[in-house]
Design a protein around this ligand. Structure first.
Ligand code: UDP
Ligand code: MG
Length: 308
């Protein structure tokens, strides 16, 4: 059993792998711990896989899992965690936005009886404005609607105890929102702060579409509030409709000028129609996630690996 496993998800990172490897190795070699690096190639379309295989050929601390296609960042990390054996496990991005030099600090912090030490970013360099703002709004909304604390401004860069990893492995859901799951698990958690660097090379693998799906996974996995809001809207609109009905009857029987215009009618039809569609959509989001889980497909498919 190793002291430390480092999980690195890889999607089109050919420009970063060599430097990442050098920097992580440099840091770990100084720490005097036994370790393994677990690269998970998430269906990269560039030379990432052959670079990793090249490293593995000369260095038996380098392990890898190659997926049959792109399954997404969270699933790549999950696969890495499934295969680690270390007493403690680090999750780190491959693009060097998470500085490997923080690993010794995080590792030492664990000795103060913490089971999770995550890295909280105080600054994010070179990130698109829209991404930063949407992320800010999203994390604040999420933490206000969940019953437990999901840390603000933290990604997946963290170190965890074997205990936590073992619990994570028992959580079978298909929609992975690891940072939420890890908070949910509990134990003693703390953080260190850091400035997030710019991506070293290449481009982000997170399109806005992937980010949107990730955000919805986070909300639906940890909160039923949207469903409650949907039924609440239903009640409010029905109450309003009832009042309008009383008013219409009153006008009809006690006034002569009861011919009403088109405006009020079209507005109420659009309004009620809109609310209904939103509610159906919210329910649909939950149902689609239920059906994904019911199918019980494997979370990922391995093409090749040098692990057991
Ligand atoms: N990644 C992955 N699968 C994907 C997208 C990203 O394994 O579908 C990896 C990527 O190689 C990187 C990490 O996940 O190591 C974070 O991705 P990225 O840097 O693209 O996201 P950002 O930092 O822009 O949020
Ligand atoms: Mg990145």
């Amino acid at each position: 059993m190793k002291d430390l496993s480092v999980v690195i998800p890889i999607y089109n990172e050919e420009e970063n792998i060599q430097l990442l490897y050098t920097r992580v190795k440099g840091v770990l070699d100084k720490m005097e711990v036994s370790y393994e690096l677990v690269f998970v190639n998430d269906g990269s379309k560039d030379q990432s896989l052959s670079l990793i295989e090249g490293l593995a050929a000369h260095d038996n601390t380098v392990k890898y899992i190659d997926f049959s296609r792109n399954f997404g960042h969270q699933i790549a990390v999950t696969a890495g965690l499934d295969h680690t054996s270390g007493n403690r496990v680090v999750i780190i991005d491959a693009d060097l936005q998470d500085p490997p030099e923080l690993i010794p600090d995080m590792y030492r912090k664990m000795d103060e009886n913490y089971q999770v030490v995550y890295a909280r970013r105080i600054n994010r360099k070179g990130e698109r404005f829209l991404k930063k703002t949407t992320a800010k709004i999203f994390y604040r909304t999420l933490s206000s609607i969940t019953a437990f604390d999901i840390p603000l401004d933290a990604g997946d860069f963290r170190i965890m105890d074997r205990k936590v990893v073992d619990v994570l492995k028992q959580m079978p859901e298909q929609q992975k929102f690891l940072r939420g799951q890890i908070s949910w698990i509990g134990f003693n958690q703390t953080y260190i702060e850091y400035d997030r660097e710019e991506r070293h090379g290449g481009q982000t693998g997170y399109t806005y579409k992937k980010m949107f799906r990730f955000a919805l996974d986070g909300i639906t996995s940890f909160s039923n509030l949207p469903l409650k809001v949907a039924s609440l809207m239903g009640f409010i609109v029905s109450a309003m409709a009832f009042i309008i009905m009383l008013y219409a009857l009153y006008i009809r029987f006690f006034h002569n000028d009861y011919v009403q215009g088109w405006t009020s009618m079209i507005i109420s039809i659009m309004f009620i129609g809109g609310i209904q569609l939103i509610c159906v959509g919210i329910i649909g989001e939950y149902i689609s996630r239920i059906s994904t889980n019911v199918r019980q497909r494997p979370l990922y498919i391995t093409n090749k690996t040098n692990m057991k």
